[in-house]
Design a protein around this ligand. Structure first.
Ligand code: ZN
Ligand code: ZN
Length: 207
């Protein structure tokens, strides 16, 4: 990315023009990374259904690809790997642990012959989107460090899962008191929930 991270605003700037990079543009990078990961995960499943690797090897490759992807996507959310704190790593680790648990169940279903080749490939690809959660969590973790407040709003135009509706915050709330999109949510953050950020100092004064 020809972008520089601005810690104070917690946003990226175009290195040449100095302009802020739009949120949609940053999300495009996240989506590209998720799409690339989906291709890789499906590739692992194809090798498995062609009997070129066994279930154990498949699970190892899936876990590694997911770990790399979560780290890359979280780095985008945090403003670069240099911004990572132990808290970032802890959150990424927790998300990965969840995915590894699903992967364990996936392995059992494969070993039991419960899935067609097509189903196995599709299911492998579905893990890719989990990295979006690490993006939002990393951003929340960083912004919490810099005392940001957040509003989490539903997009009236689109449908929402039940969890998203309960996580809505219409008033400025400390980041640490708001659930990041995708966390404990049926939609996995693949929704149109909107985040607005504002920096505050003592006594609710705006900077
Ligand atoms: Zn949701
Ligand atoms: Zn949502």
């Amino acid at each position: 990315m020809p972008y520089q991270f601005d810690k104070q605003s917690h946003r990226y700037r175009d290195a040449e023009t100095g302009r802020f990079v739009k949120v949609a543009e940053v999300m495009r990078f996240v989506d590209q990374e998720v799409n690339r990961t989906e291709v890789r995960l499906k590739g692992h499943a194809r090798l498995l259904v062609q009997n070129k690797i066994d279930v154990a090897e498949f699970q190892t490759r899936m876990a590694l690809t997911l770990k790399e992807s979560h780290l890359r996507v979280a780095a985008i959310g945090a403003g670069g790997v240099k911004q990572f704190t132990p808290s970032h790593y802890g959150k990424i680790g927790a998300q990965l642990k969840k995915q590894y648990k699903f992967l364990h169940g996936f392995g059992l279903d494969l070993a039991d012959g419960k899935l067609t080749s097509e189903q196995a490939v599709r299911r492998a690809g579905s893990y890719a989107k989990s990295a979006r959660t690490s993006f939002f969590q990393a951003e929340f973790t960083s912004r919490d460090k810099y005392n940001f407040y957040v509003k989490r709003l539903l997009d009236v135009q689109s449908r929402h899962c039940g969890s998203c509706i309960s996580y809505q915050r219409l008033t400025w709330t400390p980041v640490k008191d708001v659930i990041a999109p995708g966390v404990d949510c049926e939609c996995g953050g693949r929704c149109r929930c909107r985040l607005l950020y504002q920096k505050r100092t003592y006594a609710g004064m705006r900077l």
